[in-house]
Design a protein around this ligand. Sequence first.
Ligand code: ADP
Length: 508
Amino acid sequence: MATAGESEIRRTSYAAVAQRAARLAGALRRLGIRQGDRVATFCWNTQEHLEAYFAVPTMGAVLHTLNVRLFPEQLAYIANHAEDRVIIVDSSLIPVLAKAAGQFTTVEKYIILGGPAEGLAGECFGYEDLLSAEQAEYAWPEVDERSAASMCYTSGTTGNPKGVVYSHRSIYLHSLAECSANTVALSQHDRILVVPSMFHACAWGLPYAGWLAGSDFLFPGRYVQAEPLCRLIEKERPTVSAAVPTVLSDVMRYADTHRSDLSSLRAVLCGGSAVPRTLIERFEQRHGARIIQAWGMTETSPLAALAFPPRQCEPGREMDYRAKTGRVVAGVELRVVDDGRVLPWDGQSIGELQIRGPWITGSYYGEDTPDKFDDGWLRTGDVGTMDSLGYIQITDRSKDVIKSGGEWVSSVDLENEIMAHPDVLEAAVIGVPDPRWDERPLACVVLRKDADAAIGDLRAFLEGRVAKWWIPERWALLDEIPKTSVGKFDKKVLRARREEGALAVVEA
Ligand code: ADP
C-alpha cells in the first residue's frame, strides 16, 4: 500500500494499517466518541483516510466523509445536518475548513494530520500524537450489520446536498459485487489507484472492495492532476483505477503528448457522467488501457451498472455496448417508469430509471422525501431507455432534459457527438427557451488549443450523426465548461450564466 507525497512515496502493509486503525479507534473513544456518533473526515486520498474508513465504522461510530471542494456555507450545512462531533483534517486543508468552522454548531474537536493546527479555533489534537498514546489492539464491539457505518452527502449537482447513510451490510454486499468476476473482478493480484475522491461515495467503494480482495492500494494524496497521475501510473504500474470522464480525458491528453506508459491498467472504471465513446476508443487505442463505463450515484453506493458487451455480441459491435450506460450488476433491480407505468425493454420508451437493492438507499438522512421514492424504488432522476438485453441508456437527468416541439432531445447524445469532433475538447448542451419550439438546445463548446474549427464546421459534422432537428442553432464558445466539486460539467452554472447574459451565444 502506498501514498504519494511531495517527493517520495510512503509504503506500508495491511497489518500496519489495521494496527493504526485500532489505535485511532482507541483515541476516538478517549475523546468521547460513542456508538452512533458521527466522525467526519476532511482529507485527501491517503493511507490515514483509509485508517479512518476502518476505525470509525468498526468501533460502531459513523464515518462522515466531507467534500473538500464545497463552499463554506454548504460545508457548514452538511456538518451541522449530520451533527459531526469530531473532524479529522489534513493540515493542508485547514485554511479551507477554517472558512466554514465558525458556523459549525456540533463539532467539538479536530484531529490534525501532519503539520501544526494553525487557523482552527477549537480543541485540536495531532493525529500521530493520539495514535502513539494508544494500544495497537482494540476491543472491537459486535456491531449490528444493519447499523450505520458511514455517510456521504450528494454532491448537489441539482439542489441542496442530501445525506445518504451506508450500513455495514450494504458496504459488504457492494464490495462483494465489485469483486465479482462479472464486474471488476478485484483480486489480490490487483493494484488499485484510488483516483475518485474518498469523500465522494467512498471513492466508489474501491477502498472497501479492494481490502476485501487483498489488492494493493495506491493513494495519490492531493496529487490528482494529470501529470502526477501519469507519473505515478508509470512508476507504480496499477492494474485498476477509476475516474470521471473529465479527469480521464485530462490524463489522456497529458499521456498523448508525453507518451506516458499507461498500459499496466487492465480496467479503468469511468462514470459520474456519460462517458464519450471517443474517450473509450481513443484511450484504448493510444494507451492500451480498457475503459469500462459505470453508472451510479451516491445513493447507490455507488456501483449500479457496468457496460460490458453481452456474451452473444456480434463481432465488431462491442463498442456499441461499451458506449451505453450499462447493465445493472447482479443484486440490484432496475425499471423504467413513465407516468406510473413500467415501460417495456424496447430500447426506445423513455422514462425515469428507478432502482432498488441491498446497497441502494431507501431514504435520505434526516429528511422526509417521499417524492424521491416509489413503492420502495429509488427515483434516480435519470431519464433513459432499456433494451431487450437489459442495457440502459441514459439520455438525460430529469433536470437537464430538453423538449423541443414536444420531442425529447438528448443532451447526452448531442454532447457525445460534438465531442467526437477532433477539434473539440469539451461540450455541454443545455435547453434554452425558444418562441417557436418551446425549447431548443444550446451547445457550449471548448475547442482544443490551436484548433480552428468554426461553428459551421461543427454543425456540418453533426449532420448524419444525430437527427437533423436536434442540431443546435445556438452555440457558445467558452474557455472552459464550469465543473462541479467532483469534476462534472455544471449545467446549473451554465444555465445561470446564460440567463444573466454572460454567455456569448452565436446563432448559426
Ligand atoms: P450528484 O447527484 O450530486 O451529481 P452523484 O455523484 O451521486 O452526485 O451523481 C450521480 C449522477 O451522475 C447520476 O444520477 C447520473 O445522472 C450521473 N451519472 C453517473 N454515471 C453516469 C453515466 N455512466 N452516464 C450518465 N450519467 C451518469
